[in-house]
Design a protein. Structure first.
Length: 266
């Protein structure tokens, strides 16, 4: 396979449909949720600008891969810049900034070498993506559960209202935000959910959640997006919540036994 065709897949939405659940279920749920919201904003910005500005791509006969839609900004570049810059600003390690720079730079170059974007499209995507990544990594908003749910519902409805401008993407982005957001809020605010200690269990949760989310993407129907988003989040979280409680009971039992048999306490 052509090197640039392989690299450009790192900016495709299917890649981040895997990367974001991995962060959410394996690394840290709060970080994963913030990253999810950042990518929703990033994708929405890209699609809105594309359909509003309607700037052309290079001539079709030059394309080395199939694409659709308008040119500015580059969606692959914007989304990858958002994802990797967010993590870089969160982690704040030189080595990770280097990784983010290389990945995002290669994705941007791939869109130019495949001749599906002009340089201006890629530069615009970099500016938008890094800006969203930085802001999302820097702000901390504390809301009660009712305000969170209301904010998610209102945001989703606002995205749905953009259907005349951005078409089917309004229901896809808004649907996933509605379903996943409500499930995340229920998990954290009602279940007091935390990731279990077992890394193996975290990977199982990731695979279950990913399967459900991919199902929604494959079926590609309006009503399926919120359902897929909801169950793709709540089912793995309920599994993790149950095992997390069992872990706490086990730790409590072990702690009690150590206290009872400590010679210094006899």
């Amino acid at each position: 396979m052509n090197f640039w065709l392989l690299i450009t897949e790192l900016g495709d939405e299917k890649a981040y449909l895997v990367f974001v659940p991995f962060v959410y279920f394996v690394v840290d749920g709060r970080t994963g949720w913030q990253l999810f919201c950042a990518l929703v904003l990033s994708s929405l910005t890209v699609i809105t600008l594309k359909n509003f500005l309607k700037l052309p791509r290079p001539p079709k006969y030059l394309w080395k891969t199939s694409v659709s839609g308008y040119g500015f900004p580059s969606g692959h570049t914007t989304v990858s810049a958002t994802f990797w810059s967010y993590l870089a600003f969160k982690i704040r390690e030189v080595w990770f900034f280097a990784v983010a720079f290389v990945v995002v730079g290669l994705v941007g170059l791939s869109r130019i070498f495949l001749e599906v974007h002009y340089v201006r499209d890629v530069i615009g995507g970099l500016i938008i993506g890094i800006s969203i990544g930085y802001v999302a990594s820097s702000i901390e908003i504390s809301l009660n559960r009712s305000s969170k749910l209301l904010g998610i519902v209102i945001s989703s409805l606002l995205i749905f209202s953009l259907h005349p401008l951005i078409g089917h993407y309004a229901f896809k982005i808004g649907g996933y935000l509605l379903g996943f957001g409500v499930a995340h809020t229920l998990s954290t605010d009602y279940l007091n959910y935390e990731l279990p200690d077992s890394l193996k269990l975290r990977f199982i949760m990731f695979l279950i959640g990913l399967s459900i989310l991919l199902f929604g993407s494959i079926i590609n129907q309006l009503v399926v997006y919120p359902i897929s988003g909801f169950f793709g989040c709540i089912i793995p979280n309920c599994i993790g919540w149950r095992f997390r409680n069992e872990e706490r009971i086990e730790y409590s039992r072990i702690g009690s036994e150590r206290w009872s048999w400590n010679p210094r306490r006899r």
